[in-house]
Write a protein of this length. Sequence first.
Length: 364
Amino acid sequence: MKTKPANVSSSNPKLAEKRRKTLIKAAVGSVAGIAVIALGIAFVPRLRGIGVSAASVTTYEVEAIVYGNVDTTISGSGNLTLVSQQTLATEQPVTVTAVNYAAGDAVEEGAVIVTVEDAQGSSIDYTAPYGCVLLELPVSSGDELAAGSEVAMVMGTDGFTMGIAVGEQDISTVAVGQEVAFTVDAVDGEYTGEVTNVSYNGSSNGSTTAYQITARVDYAEGIYPGMSATAEIVVEESGEGLLVPVEAVQTSGDEEYITLAPSSAAEGDEYGEDEIEVSELSTVTVETGMSDGSYILVESDELAEGDLIVVTRLTSTQTGSDSQGSGGMGGGFPGGSMDFGDFDFENFDPGTMPQGGNFPGMGS
């Protein structure tokens, strides 16, 4: 036989107080549990956000085989220096009687640039020492010049030089007389020069050694000393042939091969990993040659210029951490303090509290 529990009445104060304290303990336990759960809910997402993960994404691009060459080159940048430059100056006090050119003009060797007259009335001509361009012409007819005054500054049309630093691993491939292709930042076009000097007296920074070479380029209209230029030296020529991106060449054992694109593909198409079964596509074994790091020469009787191939591209992606976290968990619940309604804490016994303290967010 089951017995129903007796009802608690106010006529039994001790039992009622014990029951009240039990209810308080239960309430405290429930609130503490809620606090712990709430903190967990707020904190766990922050834990999830901590850390950085990286992944690689593979895509397959359709490209056409091209015909060309991949020469091995060394390049460097610097400023152009004149091969020849001269300042024409007076040796005695004179008066300028004629100025026949303006700054920037090209002048043939022996042409009279400026005529002056000395104190005795003798006429003196200042002529171009060689075929040149007038860099400066700071005089006008009638000017009276003291001894040592500049009449004109000319630059020769025999070209410019530029120093290029070459690393120790490349210096053995450079020689006097090698062709150099120059491009000048401020002027369109490409200009041809040659290596005129190789210095084997290296300069070290502690980890690598560099050697200075000098290259020379012919004068061209619009090029002036001090201009920024880039020089490229071809140190090995590959000859012409079929070229493919280096990523297109795959290896299986001792064989190298490339993958042909599907018959339905067009140049420029791109596929994700789940959009194409590369393993089911046709392949062609190739012999590889020189490479410039981007393209590589390939040989095969089964390939021709314009054939479409599949190039595998790997891209690394990185996911970052949640930046909302702080140095600690803080002293309250997200969104503010908790509302305990009409709960009576007036006669509440702190000794029943977990850790003998406060609920998070309720203050001290």
